[in-house]
Design a protein around this ligand. Structure first.
Ligand SMILES: [Zn+2]
Length: 415
């Protein structure tokens, strides 16, 4: 399978690059204008504006910029994307403004080459401009399997889209990921790791209190400071999540596991305004980046050949309430069950279990059932049942990991 990822670095644009980015922006806007004009004048029966049609309309007109021809195609393709997103919004009934590219940017899949530690890009058909690549970028590019698909320049960053042909690993079992407010629970019946995520919530609370303490009666100054602290919070959280996602992917690779997520789309709707919750509670619940950890794992895992699946809503029904061992409906603690905070009781097994543990065991088991089933179908429906995630006698080994310095094998504690 082909895996994609991107690498980003800072750089200092030369005057000619700044000029090119501005030209690319104008070219994109020209194409958008031509496309909109076409859609307005043609009747609906003529069909939608395809990339091909847009190229025929625009290509000649873009010649006057005198830039490398590949950039014309990329500007047209960018405009086509913007126009098709607009049509989609209109179809869904959203109000849309006329689209317009505001920031200077240059993005192209043609006319560049990486040579001697530099990215050389075309200016016109003959001249090149080179941008030095930093050691981090070069280290990633040193892998002979990696090829550069395209580059994107903005006023302060350069990003390269990379691809690599990877062989899918042979999987033996599944590991589930359950995303909670204070922790991230990862594992299956063999072993479960709790990543302590309270620091993420703490970052958010600190940021909120800092912003709140700012009293100057000037909206613009307040917004400026709020966005600065918000950005800083985002960077710190992302950094922490990168440690965790790297650790999870490494562990899945070592144990030959498929990674299973559950669909939690719509979780933000639970903590919206007007749901009868306080603003402190809502900000706490909304501060945990549920999507970001998934995004990171979803690109890191394929890069290592590890499959990732997401269980749909119907497949995850009852993951939090059914006993992972016997399937019995679990019971929440009632009065008199003191000391069983966030635990659930199974009547049949006569056992208390942590609710995050219950969820992750169910997710990993259901994920494995689905994954093994799809593998069997791919291999022509051989009748043999795929082993793995088999019922494991005894309780899983529990590891507690500090998210700010993970490395789950370094301090396992059996509880
Ligand atoms: Zn049970």
């Amino acid at each position: 399978m082909r895996a994609l990822k991107s690498v980003k670095q800072r750089y200092q644009p030369t005057p000619i690059l700044t000029e090119m980015m501005e030209d690319f922006r104008l070219m994109t806007n020209d194409c958008i204008r031509i496309g909109l004009e076409f859609e307005r004048t043609q009747d609906k029966k003529a069909g939608t504006l395809s990339m091909r049609k847009l190229s025929l309309l625009c290509y000649r007109q873009l010649k006057r910029y005198g830039r490398y021809s590949g950039y014309r195609l990329c500007a047209i393709s960018k405009a086509a994307g913007i126009l098709s997103a607009r049509r989609k919004s209109i179809r869904r009934g959203f109000l849309t403004r006329s689209p317009y590219a505001r920031k200077p940017v240059l993005s192209s899949c043609y006319g560049f080459r990486v040579e001697k530690g530099k990215l050389n890009i075309h200016i016109d058909s003959r001249a090149f401009e080179s941008i030095p690549l930093n050691s981090h970028t070069l280290k990633i590019l040193s892998d002979p399997e990696v090829s550069v698909r395209s580059f994107t320049l903005t006023k302060d960053s350069l990003s390269l889209c990379l691809s690599k042909e990877v062989k899918a690993i042979e999987t033996k079992s599944a590991t589930g990921i359950d995303r909670n407010l204070g922790n991230l629970t990862v594992g299956n019946t063999q072993q479960v790791a709790y990543y302590d995520m309270t620091s993420v919530v703490k970052f958010a609370e600190n940021t909120r209190s800092v912003i709140r303490s700012f009293r100057r009666d000037d909206v613009r100054a307040r917004q400026g400071i709020a966005s600065k602290y918000g950005r800083r919070r985002g960077e710190r959280v992302r950094q922490l999540l990168h440690h965790v996602s790297k650790d999870i992917v490494a562990s899945a690779k070592a144990n030959q596991q498929v990674i299973v997520f559950e669909e939690i789309r719509g979780i933000r709707n639970l903590y919206g305004k007007g749901n009868g919750q306080g603003s402190a509670y809502r900000s706490k619940m909304n501060s945990w980046p549920f999507g970001e950890i998934k995004r990171q794992i979803e690109y890191k895992a394929p890069w290592e050949g590890i499959p990732v699946i997401t269980l749909s809503r119907s497949e995850t029904k009852g993951t939090t309430m059914d006993c992972p061992r016997c399937g019995e409906r679990l019971q929440v603690p009632v009065r008199g069950d003191a000391g069983h905070y966030r635990q659930l009781w199974c009547i049949r097994c006569r056992k208390w279990r942590d609710r995050d543990l219950v969820a992750v065991l169910n997710i990993s088991r259901r994920g494995w059932v689905r994954f093994a089933h799809s593998m069997r179908e791919e291999q022509g429906g051989a009748g043999e049942a795929v082993k793995g995630n088999a019922e494991h006698e005894g309780e899983p080994l529990i590891l507690r990991v500090d998210a700010s310095k993970p490395g789950r094998n370094s301090y396992p504690t059996k509880t």
